[in-house]
Write a protein that binds this ligand. Structure first.
Ligand code: SF4
Ligand code: SF4
Length: 446
């Protein structure tokens, strides 16, 4: 089960997992108002089907998928649509959204749909059911899972990798899911095998979650071709490409996808959600979120209805008076929240809150001293130092054409090690979005 195989480079930030990894998943209370942005996944926004004043049941479809790369949104509570209007999102952009006020005395029972039988359903029916359930990557990417699972013509999937790595500091969502939802995970794997035709399945887990590895190993159903592999702790081990290198020894080519080396990678919580929802024909209305950080009083793992306002979450768990930074996701790949009026969405794996005393305010940025630490840290062998200099000169096209900027998956390892405090990953995020916009313009003008 234990392997020493790992990818080259990477970093070892403090883990901070002990603060919540023993905390069982608890149901979070229902907020007085829910806010559901139609853009909580990658792809086309969902299209609203309800109107102001309409009464809805928990699990009902409120907005349908806006295209193939899109998913519907289900009601997280039974209640009344208070209004439709613009809502805040983590990106700072205002998008269309739905406000729901729950019925005060409802039992909040979830609507049952049409079950999808794993034995008799064909791959296309399962893919459709995954889209209909509104499932996206719960590790944080929020990419529609049915699109990711569709094996393109001419390619084939040898290995299904279930990603239970969770290398992001502070977060223990996937850890608790592996300890508490083993049956759902294995049911999800049955659906995924049918869709991908994978011959073998590997669940990858980091060595700081040995209890989860043992628990899952004990519960593998007879006849299911599943192996558990435990890899050394190193960030960003949980990224798809790193996991493939560590477990399969293959390098995904630049600009390529896991399927190019015969693999499909699915997050473990997403797998559990497939196994939990499809047998009931239900849609996703809640998810497990780690709420932690030094400024949080009641740290833990909570099952939180989608659309719960962040402000309500922080009130319920209690935070110190002097909060300074709130991250959605972890501190390495998460996003600093600039507005507490956003809500928990499908991609929210964690909320990490720091007080003023835990944050070094506006560290001075020094010039690059060519120490090479960022080059040694980058897991995909980019040259962050050179890319950083080019970003300062706004040489975005050169960054993309000569230095593989678009391969950067924004893991933040380079920023973490830089002694000059150069915000490299922030530069690269911005540079990538400029390159993408330019490309879209070129295609539109062509
Ligand atoms: S953020 Fe990009 S450039 Fe920096 S280490 Fe990660 S992949 Fe490499
Ligand atoms: S780590 Fe920072 S200072 Fe060192 S080479 Fe990279 S960008 Fe320059």
């Amino acid at each position: 089960m234990l392997t020493n195989n790992t990818f080259k480079h990477g970093v070892h930030p403090p883990e901070h997992k002990d603060e919540t990894n023993k905390s069982p998943i608890r149901q979070f209370p229902f907020a007085p108002l829910f806010i559901l942005p139609v853009e909580m996944h990658i792809g086309a926004p969902a299209e609203i089907l309800v109107r102001q004043g309409q009464e809805v049941s928990r699990g009902q479809v409120l907005a349908k998928a806006g295209g193939y790369v899109s998913v519907p949104i289900h009601a997280p509570v039974s209640g009344t649509i208070r209004s439709l209007g613009n809502v805040h999102t983590i990106s700072g952009k205002m998008v269309q959204g739905i406000y729901i006020e729950p019925f005060p005395s409802s039992t909040q029972e979830v609507m049952e749909g049409t079950p999808v039988d794993v034995e008799s359903a064909n791959p296309e029916q399962i893919l459709q059911a995954i889209q209909d359930a509104g499932i996206v990557g719960l590790g944080g990417a929020a990419f529609p899972t049915h699109v990711k699972l569709k094996v393109p013509d001419g390619k084939h999937c040898d290995t299904l990798l279930i990603n239970g790595i969770e290398c992001e500091p502070f977060l223990t969502t996937d850890h608790r899911v592996m300890l508490e939802q083993a049956d759902d995970i294995f049911m999800g794997i049955r659906y995924l095998i049918k869709v991908t035709s994978a011959k073998r399945v590997i669940i990858g887990i980091e060595a700081n979650k040995q209890d989860a590895a043992k628990h899952l190993a004990w519960h593998i159903p007879r006849g299911l071709p599943v192996e558990i592999k435990v890899v050394p702790v190193k960030y960003p081990q949980g990224s798809e490409k790193m996991l493939i290198t560590s477990l399969l020894g293959h390098e995904v080519p630049s600009g390529g996808l896991p399927i190019d080396v015969g693999a499909v990678v699915v997050n473990v919580a997403t797998t559990a959600e497939i196994g939990r929802l499809l047998p009931h024909g239900r849609g996703i209305q809640e998810r497990v979120v780690t709420i932690t950080g030094p400024a949080v009083k009641k740290k833990g793992n909570y099952l939180i209805p989608i659309g719960t306002p962040l402000r309500f979450v922080l009130e319920e768990v209690g935070v110190t008076d002097n909060i300074s930074e709130v991250y959605m996701g972890g501190p390495m790949m998460g996003v600093a929240v600039s507005n507490l009026d956003i809500s928990i969405v499908k991609g929210t794996s964690g909320i990490v809150v720091f007080g003023e005393e835990h944050v070094t305010k506006s560290e001075k940025i020094f010039p690059c001293i060519k120490c090479g630490a960022c080059v040694d840290a980058c897991p995909i062998f980019l040259n962050p130092s050179k890319l950083g200099i080019l970003a300062k000169f706004e040489a975005y096209d050169k960054m993309a054409e000569s230095y593989n900027l678009m391969d950067c998956f924004e893991c933040g390892s380079c920023t973490y090690v830089c002694p000059s405090h150069i915000p490299l990953v922030q530069y690269f995020r911005l540079s990538k979005s400029i390159v993408r916009k330019r490309k879209t313009k070129e295609v539109t003008n062509a």
